[in-house]
Write a protein that binds this ligand. Structure first.
Ligand code: GLV
Ligand code: MN
Ligand code: MN
Ligand code: MN
Length: 422
């Protein structure tokens, strides 16, 4: 068909990748700006500038723009018939010390899709579009994939609006207002239906590169949960207080972090602590309060259940003579993507590679969460991965070859066209 001949313009995609990384080069939270690093935290000024570019660009490509109450942006290109659009979706925000691909590649590949459709005067059966989901990372406001979660009825709007930034006083709602992206459309699939959601993303792991493959066809995502652990001991003088008389919250927290790692790995899971706050935070005061984040992941929900149970029991023991409270903040169960969407991706890869498709593609499970995990609760969804250098991500060294970005974008474009024809 005419569709299978459509290809993205690799140079133009690369130029958009270069152009848009001008927003988010500033340092944040003590991380020095680096040559390739991005710090485009959700709802920051840099995020606003990248959003403005996205809105202007998609408008100029003939799209209608909808902004919802969570600030997610939906750019829709009309089709022959009216109805819900098939979208390419991902996110423009980054980690505080992130790279140039995590998130934005999926959005820019969607923009490139619009350009290809326009220049080839393709009329799709139904509308197609591109989405920027607000705050996928959960780095600044600590619920990951939060706006797609609200859209999917997983997270209440109020919870998301009231969510406070780590180390500050701003809320998601106050920042949405401040940067001018508090939209009026209800953040819900009922107001903004999606026919199908496809997301192109870097793998963020080493498998595709190690196996010299070009496309990961993502079958689903692993389970994960986030917790806040608060250890309460007693502030005291570091020089005068004998060990036996101390309730050192940091010492207890350290044991907990080590033990959570041991427990998780013994059950083939992962446990990580990325945020740690010591109070009062003085060299010569033993901290009476320590709070830390805990992120537990595993392939199946029941493994995460088991890790959680063991971790809780051990933390109570290890806290002595302090006390401990463990609060679960966020849950993302293991999911499986839609079979039809997965087939559309396979077909797109086949039409692109024509030979050696088997060797060049791999079915895999995502270790990270993505907005697609949330859209999958409501509408047919699947994801496309491309290799990234040494599997490095959430790091300024994150890198994917321009050729691989273009291959991923080609597969995204053709997957969406395949779905449109179903
Ligand atoms: C989502 O970004 C995650 O933490 O995997
Ligand atoms: Mn991402
Ligand atoms: Mn990320
Ligand atoms: Mn992510």
């Amino acid at each position: 068909s005419q569709y299978q001949k459509l290809r993205v313009n690799p140079a133009r995609l690369l130029s958009d990748l270069h152009h848009t990384c001008q927003w988010g080069t500033g340092a944040r939270w003590g991380t020095a700006p680096t040559e390739t690093g991005m710090s485009r935290l959700a709802l920051s000024d840099a995020d606003r500038k990248a959003r403005d570019w996205f809105v202007e660009t998609t408008k100029s490509l003939g799209c209608t723009i909808t902004i919802d109450e969570m600030g997610s942006i939906f750019a829709v290109r009309p089709g022959r018939k009216t109805g819900a659009a098939t979208f390419a979706g991902s996110h423009l925000d980054t980690q505080p010390s992130g790279g140039r691909y995590d998130g934005i590649l999926g959005v820019l590949a969607g923009v490139e899709m619009l350009k290809v459709l326009n220049e080839n005067k393709v009329e799709t059966e139904y509308p197609v579009g591109v989405i920027n989901w607000t705050n996928e990372e959960g780095a600044r406001f600590p619920i990951s994939m939060v706006a797609s979660g609200v859209w999917a009825d997983k997270t209440p709007l109020q919870t998301a609006h009231n969510l406070m930034e780590i180390g500050g006083k701003a809320t998601q709602k106050s920042e949405l207002q401040r940067i001018g992206y508090l939209g009026s459309t209800p953040a819900s699939h009922k107001s903004m239906p999606i026919a199908a959601h496809f997301e192109l993303h870097i793998e963020q792991g080493p498998i595709l590169e190690q196996e010299r493959r070009k496309i990961g066809v993502v079958l689903g995502a692993q389970s994960y949960r986030w917790y806040t652990v608060e250890v309460t001991g007693r502030d005291c003088h570091t020089g005068t207080t004998p060990l036996a008389a101390r309730a050192d919250a940091m010492l207890a927290a350290s044991k907990m972090i080590v033990e959570s790692n041991r427990i998780a790995s013994s059950l083939s899971g992962l446990a990580s602590t990325g945020v740690l706050t010591l109070t009062p935070g003085s060299v010569n005061t033993v901290p009476g309060t320590v709070r830390f984040s805990l992120d537990i992941r595993a392939r199946q929900d029941d493994i995460v259940d088991a890790i959680e149970a063991e971790v809780k029991a051990s933390f109570v023991q290890l806290a002595q003579p302090c006390s401990v409270e463990i609060q679960r903040d966020f849950t993302s169960p293991a999911i499986e993507f839609d079979k039809n969407c997965i087939s559309c991706i396979h077909e797109a890869a086949q039409s692109l590679f024509t030979t050696r498709t088997e060797e060049l593609t791999k079915e895999m499970v995502s270790g990270a969460g993505h907005d697609s995990v949330n859209t999958n609760y409501i509408c047919p969804t699947a994801m496309i991965f491309i290799p990234c250098k040494e599997g490095v991500s959430h790091n300024p060294r994150e890198y994917s070859e321009p050729e691989d970005c273009a291959i991923g974008a080609d597969v995204l474009l053709n997957s969406i066209l395949n779905y449109d024809k179903l």
